[in-house]
Design a protein around this ligand. Sequence first.
Ligand SMILES: [Zn+2]
Length: 263
Amino acid sequence: MVLWVTAAGSGRAAELSHVWVDEFSEAERAMLVRWTEEAAAGVEALVGSFPMDVEVHYHRRDGAREPVPWANTRRGRVQGVHFHVDPGFPPSAFRRDWTAPHEFAHLVLPYVGRQHAWFAEGFASFMQYRVMTAMGVLSEEAAAARLRGRLARAARDYDYPDRPFTDAAARLRAQGRYPVMYWGGAAYFLQVDEALRSRGSDLIAVLRAYTACCRRSRARLEDLIAELDGLSGGSVFSAALTRFRSEPGFPAVPAAGEAAGRD
Ligand SMILES: [Zn+2]
């Protein structure tokens, strides 16, 4: 694929710049830089180099119950990720945590606005275990099993059988029921991936082309969908969006896991 050659030819991985918001020792900084650079490289191994530099901000959260109790992306002129971390956890605990793969995956697509949070979160959730597989942290089987488990739980917890998912998503967010919104959104990307595979392509191939040619900081969801349809030479993305906006109940999950576990 021509676009892939362009991406490979450009050669260089995105530059991460590290911003220490709170105080960290030299050893802690070295450990945290290795952690975020490995996660960013895991995303780039799948979709190619980010066409922009990324600022990584580190906030200290001593005494937390997990290595990364909070994180979020900032999608301004500079694309950034803020990590709130407890550096008391060992490097292995950071590597096994899904947060950094999830946050860096967000940066593959432009910011499409708060009202489409289900789309952005669904995408990062769909990607996170694949990135962990690319990092060598999860086997393909383990990644597929986790994905299946999250989707099954979200489907069980979805209690808007009469509403299309995009309609329910805003309520789920308002109620703080994030896992249902995130994993319902992930089903969109499973559906798209499955449909692309039946045409001899897959979602990662389209993302690779998108990263190489078209990535921007912000986009209207409809414009992004049209762009992805264009790159894939069909209407898989817009057709899935139409289903998400019209079909009531939790989104169908095609062969959950099998599709996600491949490649
Ligand atoms: Zn997220």
